[in-house]
Each structure stands twice: as structure tokens, then as C-alpha cells.
Design a protein around this ligand. Structure first.
Ligand SMILES: *[C@@H]1O[C@H](CO)[C@@H](O)[C@H](O)[C@H]1NC(C)=O
Ligand SMILES: *[C@@H]1O[C@H](CO)[C@@H](O)[C@H](O)[C@H]1NC(C)=O
Ligand SMILES: *[C@@H]1O[C@H](CO)[C@@H](O)[C@H](O)[C@H]1NC(C)=O
Ligand SMILES: *[C@@H]1O[C@H](CO)[C@@H](O)[C@H](O)[C@H]1NC(C)=O
Ligand SMILES: *[C@@H]1O[C@H](CO)[C@@H](O)[C@H](O)[C@H]1NC(C)=O
Ligand SMILES: *[C@@H]1O[C@H](CO)[C@@H](O)[C@H](O)[C@H]1NC(C)=O
Length: 464
């Protein structure tokens, strides 16, 4: 008895080879009779046909893919050429001096590279990282795109830097002319008032940000402004709370070097903290404060009183300023709670305010420091609410208004000697848009400005 082994190999199909073993037996003589037991009753011609079709379809697809790949290669070749062209152009660009780069149209160059990047990244998506050719092309395009970007910033920086240098030079030239003009004028001696008024204001000098920081936009600062001050080198900085109303404390510095370095400072509290609650009774209101002969003069919180605190011993006094409006009634334009603005000049201490009777026009009061009263007052022709700030020089009130973010104009003056007001025009460059306080110091012919948290000062030149 033989065992017939017969292996029938079907056509391969997608699932792989299908093999089946069949058993048979010898049946008399030399005939091997195979009894094949097929799972189906008939030969699966249908299935073979289907498989053949499937194979054909797959072959076609492979051919299609091959065709596509060939096409891609052709397109890749075209892009390769373009890339080589771009690379050459880029090399030429890189050899140019920076000045020459100004003329290059980077927009066109960038557009071309962007297009290439797009096509190649589409290709890359289709071949899915399997084509080294595409990968290297992709890397090169990325590289070239980066190079153009770098060249472009290089160019921009150069152009911008040149522009900035030009601006700086122009500004230095103007400043130089101004300085020469200022130097050419004979100086009016300090304390002397027989001159012909204001000649010009220097460019702004920025000292620093106030010690409390940028959030403290309102406030005032300066140097003891009394003509016969005992401590002429004492500086003070008074930032209001961010509410633009309350003055809780001021900080004083013994000298210019100290304020420069924020050192050796002494804080003088006005408001007091009682049982975790602020008591502002002795606190200040608004940025119209000044230090005059070692005393701080300010509008007492929530009142029409004038307050004075001695910086040496903290002794505090207050007096009502009759008829003065208060609590933000006729404050300066764009500056809140500056109903009372103290000022000092060669003639002494002044207070700039307003009354209901003056209908909001500026009233200038001469303060008698011995009695802490206004001994004489003048009503001007200028509305306080139309003025940004004001200061006194030699008994003359000067008022400013904003022209734009960078310029302030001294546009009005009122002479207490003649009792007459007039329009004038002196431009002042500003560091920042708003002017929260402005005051004059007769000991050095300087203006002190607090502008959006910054401490700024100017030199004043008079006509001899
Ligand atoms: C067919 O027989 C051979 C030899 O006995 C064996 O190796 C193979 O696995 C068998 N195939 C099937 C599908 O039974
Ligand atoms: C390179 O590209 C530029 C601009 O597209 C074209 O004018 C120039 O003929 C090209 N050069 C070559 C060698 O393809
Ligand atoms: C690309 O290939 C990664 C693995 O190499 C695979 O995970 C991904 O699904 C493929 N994406 C496409 C669109 O074929
Ligand atoms: C990219 O460019 C730099 C300089 O242009 C070159 O040295 C580097 O070989 C490039 N890299 C590729 C991957 O092309
Ligand atoms: C400064 O002058 C005022 C008024 O002229 C006077 O009352 C005061 O005592 C003087 N102060 C000093 C320190 O001389
Ligand atoms: C606030 O301080 C003033 C002056 O020191 C005092 O007279 C007043 O009683 C205080 N008010 C409160 C509510 O504590």
C-alpha cells in the first residue's frame, strides 16, 4: 500500500500561497489511484478567475505607481534645476556688499522658494519618507529658504540701523545748535528778575523712573525750590497712588548722587495705617506739591486746606484756602485732583488754584509762609481745565498745553506785577505724553516735570 502525496499549489493570491495535501491509495497492479477529496464538489475555476483578475489589477496599479514615480522624478528634476538656479542667485547675493542688498526684491525670491517648498512637501507626503531624492531636495529648499530669511533680516537691519544713525546724527546736530545758541546768550544771574522773560527751554533730560515704579503714573518731584533754602541739594519724589489722587508719603534724598543711585533715601509718611485701615487725614491730594525751604506744601486730602509738613521733624500744619475748589472740581486737563498746585520762584511761594467765583479760571495766590495764608491773589483770564500744568517764574505764571504726544507748548503767561495775561508760544519736547506736574526752581533755572512715572528736567534760558 502506497501513500500518494499530491500537492496542489494554487495560484498565489493576496493572502499568499495556499497548499493542500491529498491522500490516495494503490488500487491493484501498478495503478495508483488517487482519491482526491476536494472541499468543493467541483474545481474552483471561479475563484482562480477572480484571483487572476485581482493579480492583473495589482499589476496595473504597480505600473501606475511606477509611472507616477517616473513623473515625479521628472518633476523633481525640473525643481532640482530651479533649485540650482536659486542657489546660484543666492550665492551672488551673498557676495554683494550689504548696501547692494537694498535693491534685491526679497519678496519675489521668497515667493519662488515658498512655491517650491509647497510642491516638495506634497511629494514628500506621497512618497512618505521613502524617497531619498525627495528628502534631500526638501532639506535643500528648507536651507535656502532659511538663507534668504537671514539675508533679508541682515538687509533690513542695515537699512534700519542706517536710518537710526541718521536720526541720531540729525538730533545731535539740532541739540548742538541749541547748545551753541544757549551758550551764546549771556546768562541771566540766578535770582535776578530784571530780564526780558523766557528765551528758550532745553531738550528734556530724563533722570529716571520714580522709585515706586511705572504703575505710579502721577506725581511730582524736584529739588528744594526756596530761593534761600537751607538744604539746596535736597531732592524729593512724590508719586501719587495709582488712583492719581492720594499722596501717602514722599521720599527725600540728600543729594543728586543719592537720587541717581536710589540710595540714602528717607521716607516721610503722610497717611497712616491704623488697625489695617489707611487714615488719609494727613495725606495729600493731587500732584500739585512742592518742597519749599525744607517743608512739603500740599493740598490736604479731601479738603480745601493747604497742608505743610516739616521734613526735619514731621511737624504738620493746615489752613483753609478760602473759596478754593477741591476734590477734582477744576483740575488741569488730563490730570485729576490737582485743584491746588503749589509753585515757587524768585519771589517766594505761590499757589495756583481756582474758585467758583472765577468760574474755573486760574487764580494765582501769593502764600505767606509765616502765616500759611494767601496774602494776595490774582484772577487770570485762562481756564484751568484747558491747561495741562503751570508754574511761576519771577512772579509770572506760565501755563502749558499739549500739542501732541511729543510736544508741550507754554502758551499763556500772566504777570502778577501788571495783572495782565497774554498768549505766548514756547515749545517743549516731552519724553512721555502726559505731564502730571511741572515746577520751576529758581536756584538753578530749571523746570522739574513728572511725566507718566518718569522724572524729567529742563534748563530755562531767559532773555537778558
Ligand atoms: C502537506 O504535507 C507536508 C508533508 O507531510 C507537510 O509538511 C505540510 O505541512 C502539509 N500541508 C498541509 C497544508 O497540510
Ligand atoms: C534662473 O531664474 C531666473 C529667474 O526666474 C531666470 O531669469 C533665469 O533664466 C534662470 N536661469 C537659468 C539658468 O535657468
Ligand atoms: C508614513 O509612514 C509612517 C511610518 O513610516 C506611517 O506611520 C504613516 O501612516 C505613513 N503615512 C502615510 C500617509 O502613508
Ligand atoms: C545649507 O547651506 C549651507 C550654507 O549655505 C551649507 O554649508 C550647507 O551644506 C547646506 N546644507 C544642506 C543640507 O544643503
Ligand atoms: C527765606 O526767606 C523767607 C522770606 O524772605 C524768610 O521768612 C525765611 O526765614 C528765609 N529762610 C532762611 C533759611 O533764610
Ligand atoms: C485719622 O487721623 C486723624 C488725625 O490723626 C484723626 O483725628 C482721626 O480721628 C483719624 N480717623 C480715624 C477714622 O481713625
Amino acid at each position: 500500500m502506497y501513500l500518494c502525496l499530491l500537492t496542489l499549489v494554487l495560484l498565489h493570491n493576496a493572502a499568499g500561497f495556499v497548499a493542500q495535501n491529498f491522500t490516495g491509495k494503490l488500487n491493484g497492479g501498478d495503478h495508483c489511484v488517487c482519491e482526491v477529496l476536494l472541499p468543493d464538489s467541483s474545481f474552483p475555476a471561479m475563484r482562480v478567475g477572480t484571483l487572476e483578475d485581482e493579480t492583473q489589477r495589482l499589476t496595473n496599479r504597480v505600473e501606475d505607481e511606477m509611472q507616477k514615480l517616473e513623473e515625479q522624478d521628472i518633476r523633481l528634476d525640473a525643481y532640482m534645476e530651479k533649485l540650482i538656479n536659486l542657489t546660484k542667485r543666492l550665492e551672488r547675493l551673498e557676495k554683494l556688499r550689504p548696501e547692494g542688498l537694498i535693491e534685491i526684491n526679497f519678496d519675489v525670491l521668497k515667493k519662488e522658494i515658498k512655491e517650491m517648498e509647497m510642491v516638495i512637501s506634497q511629494l514628500r507626503g506621497r512618497v512618505n519618507g521613502s524617497n531619498a531624492h525627495v528628502e534631500s531636495l526638501y532639506k535643500e529648499v528648507k536651507n535656502i529658504s532659511k538663507s534668504v530669511g537671514q539675508l533679508e533680516t541682515l538687509d533690513k537691519n542695515n537699512v534700519l540701523k542706517a536710518q537710526r544713525d541718521m536720526e541720531v546724527l540729525k538730533k545731535r546736530l539740532v541739540d548742538c545748535e541749541k547748545t551753541i545758541k544757549m551758550k551764546a546768550q549771556p546768562m541771566v544771574p540766578l535770582g535776578f528778575c530784571q530780564h526780558h522773560g523766557l528765551s528758550l527751554i532745553s531738550k528734556p533730560n530724563l533722570l529716571q523712573l520714580n522709585w515706586k515704579g511705572a504703575a505710579f503714573k502721577s506725581g511730582a518731584w524736584g529739588k528744594d525750590a526756596a530761593w534761600n533754602a537751607t538744604k539746596k541739594s535736597l531732592y524729593w519724589v512724590a508719586p501719587l497712588n495709582p488712583d492719581g489722587r492720594i499722596l501717602e508719603s514722599i521720599r527725600i534724598y540728600p543729594s543728586f548722587n543719592d537720587i541717581l543711585l536710589y540710595k540714602n533715601s528717607i521716607d516721610l509718611p503722610l497717611s497712616v495705617l491704623i488697625n489695617n485701615r489707611w487714615n488719609h487725614t494727613l495725606g495729600g491730594q493731587g500732584a500739585g506739591v512742592i518742597v519749599y525751604n525744607n517743608n512739603l506744601y500740599y493740598n490736604c486730602y479731601n479738603s480745601r486746606d493747604m497742608c505743610r509738613t516739616n521734613l526735619n521733624n514731621g511737624v504738620y500744619q493746615r489752613k483753609t484756602l478760602p473759596n478754593a475748589v477741591f476734590n477734582n472740581r477744576y483740575s488741569y486737563s488730563g490730570v485729576s485732583y490737582q485743584d491746588m498746585d503749589f509753585a515757587s520762584d524768585e519771589k517766594g511761594l505761590w499757589v495756583i488754584y481756582s474758585t467758583e467765583a472765577s468760574a474755573g479760571k486760574i487764580v494765582v495766590g501769593k502764600v505767606n509762609v509765616a502765616t500759611l495764608t494767601v496774602e494776595k491773589s490774582w484772577t487770570t483770564t485762562q481756564k484751568k481745565t484747558e491747561v495741562t500744568n503751570a508754574f511761576m517764574m519771577c512772579g509770572v505764571l506760565y501755563a502749558t498745553r499739549s500739542v501732541n504726544k511729543k510736544t508741550e507748548e507754554i502758551f499763556y503767561m500772566f504777570d502778577t506785577k501788571t495783572g495782565k495775561g497774554e498768549q505766548i508760544s514756547f515749545m517743549m519736547e516731552k519724553m512721555s505724553e502726559k505731564v502730571q506736574s511741572l515746577s520751576y526752581n529758581a536756584n538753578e533755572h530749571k523746570l522739574y516735570m513728572y511725566s507718566d512715572a518718569y522724572l524729567v528736567h529742563y534748563d530755562v534760558i531767559f532773555k537778558p
